[in-house]
Design a protein around this ligand. Sequence first.
Ligand SMILES: C[S@@+](CC[C@H](N)C(=O)[O-])C[C@H]1O[C@@H](n2cnc3c(N)ncnc32)[C@H](O)[C@@H]1O
Length: 267
Amino acid sequence: MEYKEFLKTTLPHLGLRWRRFRSKSIRKRIIGRLNELGLHSFSQYQSYILKKEEERWFLTGLLTVTISRFWRNARLFQALENTWLPAVLGRTSENEPLKIWSAGCASGEEPYSLLILWLESFAGSGRELRLLASDSDSHCLERAQQGLYSASSFREMPLHLRQKYFTNEKGTFFLRHDLTQRIEWFEHNLIWEAPPSNNNIIFCRNLVYTYFMDELQKEITRRFHQALVPKGLLVVGRKDRLPYGTEGLFRLVDHPLYERIDSPETI
Ligand SMILES: C[S@@+](CC[C@H](N)C(=O)[O-])C[C@H]1O[C@@H](n2cnc3c(N)ncnc32)[C@H](O)[C@@H]1O
């Protein structure tokens, strides 16, 4: 069995789009895994995967990229600051905290960016922020709570913010320690776990709508719809789109932001 055939016939069992994984570096990772297991061909590895559920989860982890960066898609952060966070605050009761969930948060770059944006522009509003961040990979969550980053993570973040919130020690950037505790971290797998409820905004960027197959995307989109408050926002990656068949659940308001639709059929 050739590599392409292996991807085409195996990845649908994991709910993943096989075309995303054709690169040489991923092929190398999979061959490394075959060697670790003492297997000699892609077809042997496929039979092994189909028999062992743990191996399916292991392979999913091996395939998914965990790279992220602060202020990823800087234009989006500008739109959040100028338009969307004020809009969401405007339609939330003053006594309620704003609840934001970063799903698939990698090593924390996304939730910390949101926290810093909040501290810079909204902390003086007297409103409270509840920020949740989850990932299926416990190592990512550990790294997130350590708050140590290399210079490449800051490509898109305004320099004055990096200087204000991080200390540079020989090229490693340390996040101000008190910030790690402002976020509720938890391990969560989007494929089979129910999301936290009553979110005002859900961020799910460069994961579900990048790697997962359409059916799984639709199922998770339905769960996101239920997990948002009326008119809540779902924010996806710059190149992500919601799949066909979810038009009744979300409307695109300002790419990559979608707003929950609350028609009688969907609530
Ligand atoms: C490419 S990173 C995206 C990080 C961030 N959202 C961003 O856009 O910069 C994808 C993250 O999704 C996580 N992930 C992969 N499969 C997942 C799953 N089934 N449930 C939750 N997180 C998952 C990976 O561990 C990784 O940290």
